[in-house]
Design a protein around this ligand. Sequence first.
Ligand SMILES: *Cc1c(COP(=O)(O)O)cnc(C)c1O
Length: 413
Amino acid sequence: MSESTVLDKAHCWHPFTRQEQWCAPDHQPLMISRAEGVWIYDENGNKYLDGNSSIWTNIHGHCRPEISSAIAKQAAVLDHSSYLGLGHPLASRLSAKLVSFFPEKTLERVFFSDNGSTAVEVALKMSMQSRMQKGEGERVRFLAFDNAYHGDTLGAASLGGVNRFFSRFQQLGFETQFLSSMADLENVDTSDVTALVIEPLIQGVNEMRPWPKGMLKELREWTAGKGIHLILDEVMTGFGRTGKMFACQVEGVIPDFLCVAKGLTGGTVPLAATLTTNQVYEAFLGPAENAFYYGHSYTANPIGCAAALASLDIFEKDGTFETLPGKIAIIGQLLAELEEGRQSVLEIRQCGMVAGIQLRQGLGEAVIREMRSFGVITRNILDTIVFMPPLCISKEEIGFYVRALRAALSKVG
Ligand SMILES: *Cc1c(COP(=O)(O)O)cnc(C)c1O
């Protein structure tokens, strides 16, 4: 065992991990020490394709020189400055850039935080507090979908519907009514609802399940008609995953709140943002107690903002959105071939550059373990394999990925 493995087993505690198995003497955990493009390298120099974009964060490949040098340059000039009562130029530029993806007078204000959970938490608290300050204090409940995932902090988790993660803490947090489909909206007493929260186009943690086409647009109309805020959690879907910059643009929908995180910095350093409208923002003007008393020490960290600006520039420089349709088609085609005549593959669910490969019960874990020996690292969600490479993946690398999956299935399935 390497020194880093010994120290890890003695002192580290990993998320979503059964530590007893992790620390077992015969378990050899991978220690990742380097990355470049879609490839990550372990301590021993073995090379793997990053099949889930390092837990859904990476966009343009690892260690893109433009982002790395923007980070280095910013770290030498201004590493951090409090955003409480102070501003800095990069946060100003990044806010303007983020709202520029939407028509004028729609999403105009940007509130920064650190991760996807806090981006959602901010939207929930803003929605609720805005009601209190607009004489709509009876609107205290939220609507969310079964099997949704919105993060792990208590407030965000109370909107989560993945029972194996959240049932223990479900009675804490925000009051939430869960829906299974659009049909359930008929049974909602809307008078005391402040907002509806959804992962647009596709639920991620719920084994990559796309919503029916047109549903988001319908939801926008329904929420607007009832005076309910629409909060879109684009923590996974944002920054090109679905083929557009944001998933809501696929159906021409503009929410009241847009939450982004994971891919905001291209998958380099933590940063998140919650975008909202001036209607919401204006409820926080006036007396001192109306302000939004929420924030984190590293809110709008300048190094994070520099990384985000550099990442957003690369979309233009690389012409990312022109390259995506071809890649999305190839992924669809290769995965469909994988399904043919193979009983272990039950369903392929694809939404843009993201896919879930549903396998026969009991195969998920074994297949991803086998894929490692064929040079691909990804994760399973139960028996669904997550297929979510960085957007910069080449057609040859897509081929490599699917061949590894095929080889693993042949061995296991
Ligand atoms: C990952 C994720 C979150 C939580 O983001 P963190 O940065 O892990 O806190 C929230 N919502 C969705 C849809 C996600 O995929």
